[in-house]
Structures are given as structure tokens and as C-alpha cells.
Design a protein around this ligand. Structure first.
Ligand code: SF4
Length: 270
């Protein structure tokens, strides 16, 4: 059933975790979204586009375009506020070498595990993964800690990041992950990594990839709350009315709705 599936990402794994049926529809059958994901639809769509655009602004600045020039492109209230907050963010000072919008990948069972990083900052003996979030609500750290994104990004950097470190894999103790929230700029969420966490995460990734490979069916979730903001409600007879956008974006990350384009992957560690 999964023959056509070549890669797994934090987003597809999170879908599998939340609802195997959603994973099947989105990542195996690749169905276009038949239902509006959340209400109000237009406002939510605009927020998603602004979030994506904000990522581009930050990237442009980090590769060397002056802040003043980039700031002129922040042409909505949200973008102006996020950009202003970003410029005041002190967490990027003296971090060493910065790699923006970098994609890593490594074999995982019969798949490739792929992740696109907003920023990897490599200092003397430490590497920090930054991820920019434009959520309307600041999720709590417990929620973020168990998300596949937090687990995949750190584990994959150990597994596939040696080329950043003169060919030597980073140890997990060198790695930290930081979520920075554009609307909550003084409340970043920081997650250090420990040796046993890496082993636990990679073992879990191997296990879930095997489970997906051998799955004979992808059942609907029993947790019907997950359906409130799911775009596939009409396929599952799980209601028509969409859920609240601010809750939805915590579950179906706007940035992650855009599939990784393999043609655009610049750096892949095999
Ligand atoms: S509507 Fe519910 S059961 Fe159907 S794919 Fe979405 S989360 Fe799963």
C-alpha cells in the first residue's frame, strides 16, 4: 500500500500519529484538500501565506540582505509586527555560522527521512536549530516536546549533519532546538538534547517506519476532536463545520502544509 511513498517527514509522521487515515489521504493518495481546514477560511489562508512570507523575509536577511531593505517588504500589519519583533530578538547574536532553509535527509527503513530547517546555527561546540512559528497562540512546552518535529529535527541532525562538522557527527549533547514565536518574541521554547533521547527517538522512528511499511489499513482516529480542523472531514463523515483557526494551526502547521520539493533540495547527507 505504501509503494508510492518515498519519504517521511515530521509532518507526515505527525499525521500518522494523529490519524492514520489522514496520513493515507494526504501522503499516500495525495488528495487535494476537499474541505476548508478551519474558520474563518479566508483569514486563515491569509495568515498562512503571511507566515510563509515571513520565513522568506528572515531568510533573506540572514543571507545578508540589510534589515532596512527586507523590512520594506513587510507590507501587512502582521508582517510588520513579526519583523519588528524579529529584529529585537537577541537570541541570534554571536552564534557562529548560520545555515538557512537547509534540508537534510537520511535513510529510514525503506524510506528517506527528510526535514527542512529554518536555521541551523553552528558555534564552537554547540549547534542550535531554530524554527520560526507564527502561531496565534503560544503552545505549551509539553505539547512541543512530544511533537514529531522536535524529535525528528534533532535526531536527523545527529544522523545526517556530519558535513557541518568536518565529517564528524554531532553528539546529541551539542544540539539544542529553539522555537521562536513571532507573536511571543520573549517566550521562545528551548529543548536541549541528551544521548539517551537520541537513541530513543531514532529507535521510535525506525519502529514507526516499519509500522507504516507493513500497514494493511489506515484507520480513522478515535479522537474525533482531531477532525474539527482536518481538511478531509467530508471523506470521513466527520462533520462539515470547520474548527477554530488558532487551534488548527497548532495541529496542522502552516509551514508544513507545503510539501518538500525534492528538486529544490540543496544539501542531502546520504
Ligand atoms: S476527518 Fe478525522 S478521521 Fe478523517 S482523516 Fe481527518 S482526522 Fe482522520
Amino acid at each position: 500500500m505504501t509503494e508510492s511513498l518515498r519519504s517521511l517527514s515530521q509532518s507526515s509522521l505527525q499525521d500518522y500519529n494523529d490519524c492514520p487515515r489522514r496520513f493515507e489521504l494526504r501522503h499516500i493518495q495525495r488528495l487535494a484538500y476537499p474541505a476548508i481546514e478551519s474558520e474563518p477560511a479566508l483569514e486563515n489562508e491569509k495568515h498562512q501565506q503571511e507566515g510563509e512570507y515571513f520565513h522568506r523575509l528572515v531568510q533573506q536577511h540572514l543571507i545578508g540582505i540589510p534589515a532596512e531593505q527586507v523590512g520594506k517588504l513587510a507590507n501587512t500589519d502582521n508582517l510588520q509586527r513579526w519583523w519588528s519583533n524579529f529584529l529585537e530578538f537577541q537570541g541570534l547574536k554571536d552564534l557562529g555560522t548560520l545555515y538557512t532553509e537547509t534540508t537534510l535527509s537520511a535513510p529510514l527503513g525503506k524510506f528517506r527521512l527528510v526535514a527542512k530547517y529554518d536555521l541551523i546555527a553552528i558555534g564552537n561546540d554547540q549547534v542550535i536549530i531554530f524554527d520560526w512559528k507564527t502561531y496565534r497562540k503560544r503552545p505549551n512546552n509539553e505539547f512541543l516536546h512530544i511533537r514529531w518535529q522536535t524529535r525528528v529535527y534533532r535526531a536527523l541532525l545527529v544522523q545526517a549533519g556530519a558535513h557541518f562538522n568536518n565529517g564528524k557527527p554531532f553528539t546529541s549533547e551539542q544540539i539544542e532546538m529553539v522555537y521562536w514565536f513571532a507573536d511571543f518574541p520573549t517566550e521562545p521554547a528551548q529543548f536541549i538534547y541528551k544521548g539517551d533521547q537520541y537513541k530513543r527517538d531514532w529507535d521510535a522512528l525506525l519502529k514507526i517506519s516499519d509500522e507504516i511499511t507493513n500497514a494493511s489499513s489506515f484507520p480513522k482516529t478515535d479522537d474525533v476532536a482531531k477532525c474539527n480542523y482536518c481538511p478531509y472531514r467530508s471523506y470521513c463523515d466527520r462533520g462539515i463545520r470547520a474548527g477554530d483557526a488558532a487551534d488548527a494551526e497548532l495541529e496542522t502547521d502552516a509551514e508544513e502544509l507545503f510539501d518538500i520539493n525534492f528538486e529544490q533540495i540543496g544539501e542531502i547527507a546520504f
